[in-house]
Design a protein around this ligand. Structure first.
Ligand SMILES: Nc1ncnc2c1ncn2[C@@H]1O[C@H](COP(=O)(O)OP(=O)(O)OP(=O)(O)O)[C@@H](O)[C@H]1O
Length: 328
């Protein structure tokens, strides 16, 4: 019999998961899983619980929570050679990664149904220093807002809590001098922020890294160069519409390895949580984790793959992009 371990954060989002736990367990049992669960008690607990689940031979580990909980569970699983499948029940505030794979948001029972009827698809994750991320890694003052918003405020206000904090931080955002090496190229200069994205869903924006693919072995690297407040607000409003890529303040490209160093202190953000200080080296781990998603989403991804392979019979996506850049 297959075994599933549900690791849930009782404090995530609007704290709705617990109420549905008996029905979720019943759905997994009915689908043929011997199922047990673990409620996290503090930061880092989901990582320990996920490691234990791998050691005990669970076939499926389900992270029920927000992006922070998903990140912790990924960190528990990713280092093993034989990894269980990962399922997600998104009940956080932003649920960036869940959006990227089109999971039902804040609907616990719909997400559980999807998991028991879904298929596992291998996707890329990122490794940085001694940790992992599944959605985004970044640095720059503005990226700090994702973990500066207190959990209670998120429970009360949801996504609005981030917008309020963002507006409060805006005037204090300063550029930082960095060196960013990416696949043999070098950027040196002052930046407002940089992002290494694995999906097109970043901080609730769906058009920030629109070319991002879940399984191409490449990060979408976005660098926002030094800008004053007015320029910054202008680029942010372009980004809402996905029209920021050609702005003079923006570098948007693909890379499988990115190394960032800085003389000043710069914090690292991994999937919305504090991830230590720079320097950091990001490596894309090609199709490293099997994630359960709906059959429709899995089919959509294989159709995209087939289309891309057809388009790139002679050249990889990266070379093609470089040629397009040279043409411009
Ligand atoms: N019992 C607990 N009490 C307090 N904090 C916890 C507990 N269990 C886990 N945590 C911490 O809460 C952090 C945030 O949780 P999570 O990301 O699941 O929800 P969220 O912050 O509401 O959603 P989002 O990340 O989508 O904004 C986790 O990274 C984890 O370290």
């Amino acid at each position: 019999m297959k075994k599933a371990r549900i690791i849930y954060n009782p404090t995530s989002g609007r704290e709705a998961f617990k109420r549905h736990l008996p029905e979720v367990l019943a759905k997994f049992e009915n689908a043929g899983y011997e199922t047990s669960c673990h409620a996290t008690t503090c930061e880092g607990d989901a990582t320990d619980a996920a490691k234990l689940a791998v050691e005990r031979g669970f076939d499926l580990v389900v992270a029920a929570g927000g992006d922070g909980t998903v990140n912790e569970v990924v960190n528990g699983i990713a280092g093993f050679d034989k990894r269980p499948q990962l399922g997600i029940i998104p009940v956080g505030t932003t649920n960036d990664f869940a959006r990227a794979i089109a999971l039902p948001l804040n609907d616990v029972l719909a997400a559980a149904d999807m998991l028991v009827n879904g298929v596992a698809v291998p996707i890329d994750i990122g490794r940085v220093n001694d940790g992992y991320f599944i959605n985004i890694a970044g640095g720059g003052k503005l990226t700090e807002l994702t973990y500066e918003v207190p959990s209670k405020l998120k429970t009360m206000l949801g996504q609005l809590a981030y917008y309020l904090k963002g507006m409060e931080m805006l005037p204090s955002i300063r550029p930082t001098e960095v060196e960013i090496e990416y696949d043999g190229k070098l950027f040196q200069g002052e930046v407002m922020l940089f992002l290494c994205s694995l999906t097109n869903s970043v901080g609730g924006f769906e058009k920030l890294a629109p070319d991002s693919k879940l399984n191409d072995g490449l990060f979408d690297l976005l660098i926002l160069k030094k800008a004053n407040l007015a320029e910054f607000v202008r680029v942010a409003s372009l980004a809402l519409r996905g029209e920021h890529m050609n702005d003079e303040h923006v570098i948007y490209t693909k890379a499988s390895r990115v190394k960032v160093t800085t003389k000043d202190k710069m914090q690292l953000n991994l999937d919305g949580e504090y991830g230590g200080l720079l320097p950091a080296e990001f490596e894309n781990l090609y199709r490293h984790l099997d994630i359960v998603m709906s059959k429709e989403k899995a089919d959509e991804m294989s159709e995209e793959d087939a289309k891309e392979q057809e388009e790139n019979v002679n050249e990889g996506p990266l070379e093609k992009r470089e040629m397009q850049e040279e043409d411009q």
